[in-house]
Design a protein around this ligand. Structure first.
Ligand code: ZN
Length: 491
């Protein structure tokens, strides 16, 4: 590269400076399209901070990132949009030719594409048994969006399911006489074993030191669905193919989290395990099998100070996955990591141990991220992302997300502190189907700090001082949550 620059310098000397004066930089990063089907059209350009910009003669604000935007209303047919930037007397102009028509051409499928589409959306009955692999999960229906189908919960490996049909990449499994769910085909392996309806054995409830453990003796690994309830805080596990024959529910003294356990035989082959907690704030639980015994571990509340706590921080995306890219080229993966590092420094200064799912620019897949946190037995996890969508001209706002209802309070507490920065409220989002919100083992929350696609918000995210402020608010949010939990414990 050095050689190259030298030759330019030499050329400059030979040609004289006037011909080499660089033009005011201008790149149209959004909106330069031949044909569009909506009348309201956004143009986003990129120049340098300190330049002025105009779109069709109208001034557009140039942000510190160099990005500017305008909304133009197109007329039916051919349109010319003039984008110009200026620095002193120097200008640079680009004219965009955009054809607007309100009638969208019909998408034509080839016969093969139509067949493939039909294949993906047609339910075909089948009759076989399959056994769950590591990472298997149940989903409520056969629907999907960018986050996949709506998940019920992950299930342990080695459970036999009755498969009654298939649709696209999913199997429909029959859990009980009147219960169904869907599972990804790649999470199951066809087996010659069959599902059985069995009698349950005795239960034991003990304090293991770090958890309260409920163990239910069974003779087969049965499918289960688990969720939590509030007021009172209760963990529920529905077992399919189970008939109650547990006439010993042995509950030892000295339990820290569990008040009592109970059950309901909801249907002939559906047994609901009920674990009522002593405390309003649960600190995570796991459901798995040890041999064929169902084991539910309910984690004890850690010391409620950041000092000594193990906090998992998850910076979204990384490596080849940029996440959302702002109009100036700012990448979400870099912003996420920077926020995580700022947050890490604050947490460590308070004496917390921080576990990162990634600490550099590389990708870690979701399964591995969860495994990192599970292995380190973290007490709480915060995932940090930034959003995208909506108008580039507007402030969009900040938002926090949870899946399990027990994490709603945490998500709301964090949101309240982020809003103190004067950010717009994009909302508190529940039942969020994001993989990092799925674990039940520890409280967790996702922060979508701001929108990369919004010019004013991208400008904020690009500013290190702002990122430090966000980290500070996140810290205050966590401290608030711990205080809340403490106050509730005293009651
Ligand atoms: Zn993201």
């Amino acid at each position: 590269m050095k050689q190259f620059r030298h030759s330019w310098a030499l050329a400059a000397l030979l040609l004289g400076t006037t011909q080499l004066q660089a033009e005011v930089p201008l790149k149209v990063v959004r909106g330069a399209r031949d044909t569009v089907f909506t009348q309201k059209h956004y143009i986003v350009g990129l120049t340098e901070a300190g330049c002025t910009a105009k779109v069709n003669g109208e001034e557009a604000k140039v942000y510190k990132t160099g990005a500017f935007a305008a909304q133009v209303m197109l007329k039916e047919g051919a349109n010319q949009v003039e984008v110009s930037v200026a620095k002193g007397a120097e200008t640079n102009t680009q004219t965009l030719n955009i054809f607007y028509t309100s009638t969208r051409p019909e998408k034509k499928f080839t016969l093969k594409e139509a067949q493939q589409e039909l294949e993906k959306t047609t339910f075909k009955p089948c009759n076989l048994f399959a056994i769950s692999k590591p990472g298997a999960y149940l989903q409520y229906g056969d629907g999907s969006d960018r986050l996949g189908g709506s998940k019920m919960n992950y299930v342990d490996e080695g459970i036999v399911f009755k498969v009654v049909g298939e649709i696209g990449r999913l199997y429909k499994v029959q859990l009980a006489e009147n219960r169904w769910a869907y599972m990804p085909k790649n999470a199951l392996e066809v087996t010659d074993k069959e599902t059985k309806c069995i009698n349950t054995g005795s239960w034991s409830v003990t304090n293991t030191g770090k958890t309260d453990r409920v163990s239910i003796s069974l003779t087969e690994r049965l499918p289960y669905y688990t969720w939590t309830q509030l007021d009172p805080t209760t963990i529920c596990v529905e077992l399919y193919g189970a008939m109650n024959n547990s006439n010993w529910i042995s509950q030892k003294r000295g339990l820290k989290m569990i008040e009592y356990v109970d059950f309901r035989q909801l249907e002939g082959d559906v047994l609901q395990v009920i674990i009522k907690l002593q405390k309003q704030h649960a600190w995570g639980y796991s459901v798995s099998y040890q041999g064929t015994n169902l084991v539910i571990e309910v984690k004890h509340t850690p010391a409620l100070t950041l000092k000594g706590m193990v906090i998992g921080l998850d910076a979204g995306h990384g490596g080849p996955y940029d996440g959302a890219v702002g109009n100036s080229g700012l990448k979400e993966k870099d912003v996420n990591l920077s926020l995580v590092k700022e947050f890490q420094a604050l947490l460590e200064a308070k004496g917390a141990t921080v576990v990162l799912s990634r600490d550099g620019d590389y990708n870690v897949d979701m399964v591995d991220r969860k495994a990192i946190f599970k292995e380190k037995n973290i007490d709480l996890m915060v995932s940090i992302h930034n959003n995208s969508g909506g108008s580039p001209l507007n402030l969009m706002g900040t938002s926090t997300y949870y899946k399990q209802i027990v994490n709603r309070d945490l998500a709301e507490t964090m949101l309240n502190r982020l809003l103190e920065l004067g950010l717009k409220d994009f909302g508190l989002v529940g039942n969020f189907n994001f993989t990092m919100n799925a674990p039940t083992e520890y409280p967790n929350v996702l922060l979508e700090v701001l929108f990369m696609s919004s010019l004013p918000e991208e400008e904020m995210l690009a500013d290190e001082a702002f990122r430090k402020k966000v980290a500070k608010q996140a810290l205050l949010g966590l401290e608030d949550y711990l205080k809340k939990v403490k106050a509730a414990e005293r009651k």
